[in-house]
Design a protein around this ligand. Structure first.
Ligand code: DOR
Length: 444
């Protein structure tokens, strides 16, 4: 593996900024110092004017393998991810067959080995009747336990209260929840069907997948976690009201944490007329006031983790009428540029960005030796020029589905280079050949 020296960058790490050089050797950060002389064989990347940050650890992606590889696969989506500054991902269990047993988890790890450009981890899925698998889950192989407390893509709804109590009581790993109340949504869907027939306007999506459904379900998850003292991480918060259910402050003090996703920070319901089903996702994108509240909650340390919920679907399927258009957006390729744009817009600081896209994710899931710029840690790095532009339509779409909801947009930030476990994964607008991610390991 070639050594890499990144010179003159502004390191953003652990709440501080530091002008320094970083030497990467043998996959790890060998040295951080104000001036490092390049070893003869090293590749040198000029980081002047750029931010060097730990790469994003995305705790919520849907890379569709096994079973749904017409939409995406681990190789295609992990390549798109490194272009977007993501160096590690954690994949969700709603694949075919679903990842709901030890064997399915091990099979997925084997599938990923040698094929992912980024480092990889997998969540075990909960069902109404797999509590024994959850109790026995190998915490050195699984990242967390995912519960769909609201039905979404895939039939993984956990709606049996006895099962939920048992999972919150016994899960040895952090629990991640998708919170939306399905009976409330079904009642709203029936009303919409009665009013519009099959031609429901896409703007009705946040009316059907309503804020009340999100709030009720998030309340329920927090009640369960509080009674069982479980470690709960509620995914993709979309309403201002839900934010008041969480406490503000450093993540180290919390058992219950909250995640926000890049599309809920970027789009609002005003975008449905322009983008229609392309931005249909669950939970739904809601009002501009909600978007602003979530941005403020990132700044106020109510939101602990930033993620993508990358969920690709075929472009043609998005042309279907409301009820049959699938929910989910491909997002990884623009993850870090979109977040740096939020920093530039003044919504939160670059230090907070790094805390929530890398440090907190590593801490929340007990990830070993990643998520920080520290000597001896794996060199998972993203070098970003916060003044250069990313013209979305000038770049090839790397996700297998071949489309992006950001088409037409220009981000005011650019990923210059991404290093994954010390290997150059992306540089100068191009993917590097031969970069192979490692399985994440967990300190449990
Ligand atoms: O919009 C979504 N799409 N939300 C989810 O929870 C699942 C995801 C998918 O897998 O398509």
């Amino acid at each position: 593996m070639t050594d890499t020296l990144i010179t003159n960058a502004t390191l953003i790490n652990e709440g501080q900024r530091l002008e320094a050089d970083v030497l990467v050797s043998g996959g790890r950060i060998e040295k951080i110092a104000s001036h490092i002389t390049a070893p003869a064989s090293a590749r040198v990347i000029d980081g002047a004017g750029c931010w060097l940050m730990p790469g994003m650890i995305d705790d919520q992606v849907h890379f569709r393998e096994p079973g749904l590889t017409d939409k995406a696969d681990l190789a295609s989506e992990s390549a798109a991810a490194v272009a977007g500054g993501i160096t590690s991902f954690m994949d969700m269990p709603n694949v075919k067959p679903p990842t709901i047993s030890h064997d399915a988890l091990i099979a997925k790890l084997a599938m990923a080995q040698g094929r992912c450009t980024a480092n990889y981890g997998f969540h075990l899925g909960a069902t109404n009747d797999n509590i024994e698998a959850i109790k026995r889950v190998d915490g050195t192989r699984a990242a967390g336990v995912k519960i769909f407390m609201g039905a979404s893509t895939g039939k993984m709804l956990v709606d049996d209260d006895t099962a939920l109590e048992a999972i919150f009581e016994h899960s040895p790993l952090p629990i991640l929840t998708h919170c939306e109340d399905t009976p409330m949504i079904e009642a709203n869907a029936e009303k919409a069907r009665a009013r519009f027939g099959d031609e429901v306007p896409m703007r009705q999506h946040p009316v059907i997948r309503s804020r009340e459904a999100c709030i009720a379900s998030s309340r329920k998850a927090i009640d369960l976690a509080t009674r069982h003292d479980a470690r709960l991480h509620i995914l993709h918060i979309t309403t201002a009201e839900e934010l008041s259910l969480f406490s503000a402050g450093p993540m180290a003090d919390k058992r219950i944490t909250a995640e926000a996703c890049i599309h809920h920070l970027f789009f609002s319901e005003d975008d449905y007329d322009r983008l229609g089903a392309l931005i249909k996702c669950n939970p739904a994108i809601k009002t501009e006031a909600d978007r602003q509240a979530i941005l403020q909650a990132v700044a106020g340390d109510v939101i602990d983790v930033l993620a993508t919920d990358h969920a690709p679907h075929a472009r043609a399927d998005k042309d279907n009428p409301y009820f049959s258009a699938p929910a989910g957006l491909p997002l990884v390729q623009h993850a870090v540029p979109s977040l740096v744009d939020q920093v530039t817009a003044g919504h939160f600081s670059a230090e907070q960005l790094v805390t929530k896209m890398a440090h907190n994710v590593a801490d929340r899931f007990d990830i070993i030796d990643r998520g920080y710029l520290r000597e001896g840690y794996w060199a998972d790095l993203v070098l970003v020029d916060p003044t250069a532009r990313t013209v979305v339509d000038d770049e090839p779409v790397l996700a297998k589905c071949g489309w992006t909801p950001f088409s037409g947009h220009v981000f005011d930030a650019r990923v210059v280079a991404t290093l994954v476990s010390g290997q150059l994964a992306y540089h100068g607008g191009k993917l590097s050949q031969g970069c192979i991610g490692e399985a994440l390991t967990y300190n449990r």
